[in-house]
Design a protein around this ligand. Sequence first.
Ligand code: AMP
Length: 170
Amino acid sequence: MKKLEDLILTYKDFPKKGIDFKDVLEILKYPDIFQQLILKMSSNQFLKNAEAIISIDARGFIFGSAVALESSKPMIVARKPGKLPGHILTKEYDLEYGTNSLSIQTSALEKFNSFVIVDDLLATGGTVNCVSRLLQDQRKEVLGLITVIELKELKARLKLGFPVEAIISI
Ligand code: AMP
């Protein structure tokens, strides 16, 4: 019988040398384990207090939309450049080499004041921090992050100003 931990595949030196890429897509081939994971992610207290979920492009959408259904919460998205139509708010963040940016549609923020962020993996925390700054700039509250995996050696949770629920900490 497979366990969730067995389904996190590691690819060495992807997308570049020195990175151990953790692939979460194997989980989707095991619906029972995927369902257990979503139930766990959805049972969190800070999610209960949030008005909405915000999930992050692209693997965050897989888990975020399932958690949104299970918890009956609305979901909005933070997307990479050039993907969202209409009026958007954008923020840059640092990567190991260079920068990237994430955007949110302003119309998506109108109805909600408190959010839980959902993503697949927390590494340095730069991505999640970018989303939280986008929200906080609009005076929205970030109640927490729910992630499938946390790379605990990077200690990103200590830099974030809200609680982190990681299903797997490696
Ligand atoms: P960070 O901003 O460093 O916390 O990186 C988090 C984002 O980058 C997540 O959305 C992940 O999908 C992706 N990511 C970073 N490091 C890894 C890794 N070692 N394996 C898989 N995805 C990663």
